[in-house]
Design a protein. Sequence first.
Lengths: 178, 652
Amino acid sequence: MTTDTHSKTIFGFWVFLMSDCLLFASFFATYFVLHQGTVTLFSLPFAFTQSVVFLISSFAAGFFGDKHKTLALLGFMFVLGALFLSMMGYEFAQLVQAGTSWQTSGAWSAFFTLLSMVGLHAAVGLLWIVVLMLQICFRGITPSTSRRLACLKLFWQFLNIVWVFIFSFVYLLGAQYG
Amino acid sequence: MFGRLNLEAFHQDVIEQGADLMMVLGAIFIVALLTYCKRWTWLWKEWLTSLDPKRIGVMYIVVSMVMLVKGFIDALMLRAQQMISVGDSHGYLTSSHFQQIFTAHGTTMIFFVAMGLLFGLLNFLIPLQIGARDVAFPFVNAVSFWLFAVGAMLVLISLAIGKFSATGWVSYPPLSELQYSPGVGVDYWLWSVQVSGVGSLISGINFFVTILKMRAPGMTLMKMPMLTWTTLATAVLIIFAFQVLTATLTMLSFDRLIGTHFFTSDFGGNPMMYINLIWAWGHPEVYILVLPAFGIFSEVVPVFSQKRLFGYASMVWATVAITLLSFGVWLHHFFTMGAGPNANSFFGIMTMLIAVPTGVKIFNWLFTMLQGRVIFKTPMIWFLGFIFAFTTGGMTGVLMSIPSVDFQMHNSLFLIAHFHSTIIGGVVFGFFAGLTYWFPKIFGFTLHERLGKWAAWCWILGFFIAFFPLYVLGMMGATRRLDHYETAAGWQPLFVVAAFGALLIAIGVGFQVLQLIISIKQRKENRDATGDPWNGRTLEWSTSSPPPEYNFAHIPEVKERDAFWAMKQAHQTHNTGKYEDIHVPKNSPLGFFVGIFAFCLSFGTIWYMWWLAAVGMIGIIVCVTIRLCDDDVERVMSAHEVQHIETARTRA
């Protein structure tokens, strides 16, 4: 029964992530239609640092082991994830202060929304990490917590892949115009 | 405190007040009935908190039927207005009310009737057809249903509080932007579709995993019943298409809520992008609806022709071909946009291509009937209606796939007639055939046969009388969504004929209601004791009607296609093996609560009551978290209990 649930859940979660890909694809497509070389205002080194922070947090997800190690790694992921999210918030604040917001133009609407979608996913991920840490704290590594860990790992690494695309196509390509 | 909700929102015209009164009276009647019969605990324990897909399926069907009546009344009102609003007369509806009605009609029929019936039947049947005891994620399934119900609720509530959208069922910007539609109408539309759309998406994933992971031993892909195949295809379409819808609606919501410029006509927004995105979802959506209907006919026709399905493999490949092609045709909804001759030709040809696998299916069903001993029960009458209505719809579709012809027909009543031919003729007739066919499986007794036939004939004749005039009107130049036209146009006689056809359909609906009442009254005489009233071929007929909570006491072993038929041929229908403990999901009220909070979230956002929206959002997070922390979600039915149920059923 449990192995069955495990394989169903992992498979179902994969399918969900693949459909989530389509969500990001829609926002990406929108961004490419609307941006037309007008989104130029960000600092590349800052975005690079942000990407590295996020990628390291995902790297941590590869080493889940016994209870204590897993808890420590989850805590590490949480801190880096929160840092990533705050950096995104900081960048948004900088942009708004400089006078560009999502209301400025269609291109900026697409930029802010695309990034916010990653932000939203990351925020959900952070909440998930907290809940999972509490579960592991009280129940240890059980079949159900390890199943959730596996899903979290998939989720976080999927988000990282999406971020790699964002860094390449929004930031690197955007830097060209800058 | 109440955002933009004030007393003004409750001011409605006389017709809407009548509808509100009916809704309120209906609600009071149901509450009184439940209280009088002391059925509240029963409702809560057996239905609202149930995670049994069979129960959830029935709830889907009930909500869809209520919405069908509502959407059908909308249709009758549209027909009546167009019949009398000629020359000096302006009919009985104001322009703005008329616009709300056609928007509500489309939204209701697609999202809350067709999708609801689809998920209702699939919930009930798919686990049974594949010889499983449950769907892959029973709780997620309940959440899907409650999100669907919340969407339907929002459409109904817009009748009483505020207005519904007046921008057509796909709400094209810039009309649907805040600048041109400042009221709550478009927000009602956005949230009802968004919320039910999320429900559909997770249902799609659920069925995909269920079919791929939970089939009975021996049931390889090419031994699956056709309904299961078409459901698999539909699930794939849902998984690919519905996130595009989610993204598109999110963008339009952002435009209206926080002032982004995705689809505005200024500040670098691009309204045509919305139209591309919405049809990138919208065209697969029509196949999401029609493929399961094809699946239903592929079950019904062989059983009532007493022959196996002709060309099973070609049927499967046709289904797969339709699934793939349906993503390459969306531009035919707006050939007139000006994408240029190359783009238009490509999408025109793709559209014509999709007619080929569909034609394969039509011939397969006809060849199944050929040389069979056909029993003309009600489902077969629906099938015959389907063949004629759907084929005409398909042919007019191919006509319109020629861009130069489409330039003439675009947004005319010809188009309306075309898609009603495919959706009523295909989807609705299919689901009615399916409901009649599986009714004994769902409720344990068969429907009254003669009344069912009368209903079917009224629907079929009514359909042709209501929609064939629209083809002619379209060619005469009548565009869609007209609330008034001049006498000199010479359209009135045809509109009168169309209204008469709609009335005939109404009589058909009347027969269906009557059929249901009489069948319930005579349920003792029509009880299905065998579990197999039609001499069926697939596994759902091998268990009792209605099936026990666990579907099958022994998981069947599948050796051939038409598994149950093969068992009957080999006289192996009774498994005498030992009974075992069965795990079934425990009831959970959390799905219901997620629904309530989703309602708070949507209603709060529509009316700018931000505290309510926040309550809804936090509530959803809390409910989901509680569920994710609960490891005790299954209940064991002991072998003894199973044996008890099974002996009671075989004795009956």
